[in-house]
Design a protein. Structure first.
Length: 234
């Protein structure tokens, strides 16, 4: 199942010119950062480790310029952004879901820098409210030096789980895990704590819970509580 897509057009590595253009974009950002934000962050994290470290501060500045809707200036990276894709090569990055897993599928032929710039330019195409929510994810991705995959996705989303349900709508997942009735939107911290204690008692083997699944359920309950407590404090 396709969750998000980024298509970057660029000059070939052997070409003397340096040009970048965008193609098809499927970048949903609701609830933030959305699957679109996660894909852009994953592309940035995967390629930033292969660019010269002296360029990383410039990339952070570009993210800030995008966030402020300013004209992007690249005094050191010297890549021209254009609309025309004639004569350019194509790279595609997709975020796909299967079962409860979310993975990135990339077909990249350009340099790491053009993939990074493509991801940053793509944020410009989003509505201003979405840009403000996704640019912090890009800053996190630029600093990431850990493994790619589920751990990165959870880090970008601000959760400890990288399941499809959690990434799609963390708050809805948390409400369901804690057993809140349908229609509940934003419970207070005291309500969250009460539901958490009740559910922890229900799943504990000493109170009749399944000993084989108790540890997993307890981890889920703790994560659900964390998500809703953070949301209640905003």
């Amino acid at each position: 199942m396709l969750l998000a897509e980024l298509e970057v057009w660029h000059t070939r590595p052997t070409s003397p010119t340096r040009r970048v253009a965008l193609g098809n974009l499927v970048l949903p950002s609701d609830p933030p950062p959305g699957f679109g934000g996660l894909l852009l962050g994953a592309v940035v994290a995967a390629h930033v480790r292969d660019v010269h470290e002296d360029l990383v501060p410039d990339l952070h500045r570009l993210v800030d310029q995008v966030d402020r809707s300013q004209r992007i200036v690249q005094p050191r990276m010297r890549h021209r952004f254009q609309v025309d894709r004639h004569g350019l090569a194509r790279s595609v990055h997709r975020l796909v879901g299967g079962g409860e897993e979310v993975t990135v599928d990339s077909e990249a032929s350009g340099t790491p820098l053009v993939q990074l710039l493509g991801a940053l330019y793509a944020v410009e195409r989003l509505q201003e409210s979405s840009r403000h929510l996704i640019t912090p994810v890009l800053h996190k991705a630029l600093r990431w030096r850990g493994p790619l995959g589920a751990l990165l996705m959870a880090h970008l989303a601000g959760t400890s789980r990288a399941s499809l349900a959690t990434l799609a709508d963390p708050r809805a997942w948390a409400l369901d895990v804690l057993g809140f009735p349908p229609g509940t939107t934003r419970p207070g911290k005291r309500e969250v704590q009460t539901m958490f204690r009740n559910r922890m008692r229900d799943v504990h083997p000493d109170h009749g819970g399944d000993s084989n699944s108790a540890s997993t359920l307890m981890v889920d309950l703790a994560e659900a509580r964390r998500i809703l407590v953070v949301d209640a404090g905003r």
